[in-house]
Structure formats: structure tokens, C-alpha cells
Design a protein around this ligand. Sequence first.
Ligand SMILES: [Zn+2]
Length: 195
Amino acid sequence: MRAEFPEFRLGNVLATSFTATLTERQGDAVERIPTPHRLIDWLAVNDLAVDSCTTAQLDLARELRESIHAAATATAIQDDLPASAVQVINDCSAQGRAAAVLTPGGKRRWQLSSACSVEDALSVIAADAISIIAGERDGKLALCASPTCRAAFFDTSQSRTRKWCDMNTCGNRQKKARFHAKQRKNGTAARADVS
Ligand SMILES: [Zn+2]
């Protein structure tokens, strides 16, 4: 029997999709890769399929995740990068063997080593984090405006004024909260439907 696990939050940027496997960091945190098998699932939907995952590899993945979160947060608020986070990201980047390959359709895919190990997949994620933290890609790291979330996300909007890590969750919740506050102020009954 398969237990129910929280769904993944998938975005367009690999590194911040990965940090989004832990949400509501400043509130009631939700761990979306609670077991090695869920990390395997997450890697598979991100085109980084691996054969197996141990508890130690899951721990390593979470260590990388929190290091990316810390470094991305520091970048978003223009603070110095935490040295320990940089070390973990660099170690993970250097440890894996993954090669970029071109598909016949002209897309890039990551080919993991013949072992298809978690370390290979983590090296791809670490390299992705390095490219956005180093400012190599068109976009800007920012922090989600939700006080219980504060996730670092990569804002690629034209105006660079995106406020929430995810419109469907944090953005929507904020909109609803504001609507209800306004209704209370006006002394009218709040309606549940605000969309
Ligand atoms: Zn958020």
C-alpha cells in the first residue's frame, strides 16, 4: 500500500523547484520528499531519473537543498553568501558525473553516468543553482512575499516585480486574506469565492 505524500510544486527553474520540495519554511513546514522513494519520484519528473536512493543520499539531497535555499536567499537580499552553503553546493557540483546531451529534437537533456546515481542528479541541480546565483541567467532571485513561506524564487517577469513563489498557492492565499480583511473592515459578510 502506498501512503499519501504531499504533491510536488514544479516550476520552470530546476534549482528553485528543488528548494520548493520544502514549503512553508517560516510556518508549518511541509516536507515533499519525506522518503528516498519520493526523491526518486521528484528526480524522475525532472528528467533526472535514478535507479535507487538510500537514506544517506536523501540526507545529502536535503543538505544541498537547504544550502541552495540559504545561498539563494542571501543573493535575493544582497547579503554575503554563507560559506558553508557555498561549500556544499560546490561539493555536490563536483561529485557527480552528468553530461549535457542534445536530443534529435534540439533539446538539452542530462545524461547521468552509467550508475545513474543520486550524486549525478544532485550535481546537475547544484550547477543549475550556481548559474542563477551567479546571475548568469535572465532573471532575478527574490523572496516570496508570504510571511510563512519566504521561499527564494527566480523572477523572470519583464518588470521583475513578481511577489510570490507560486501564484496558485501563496499568491492566491494572500489575495484571499486581503479580500477577507477588506470585507471585515466594510462590515459585510465575507464570501468564500474571490477568484
Ligand atoms: Zn511562497
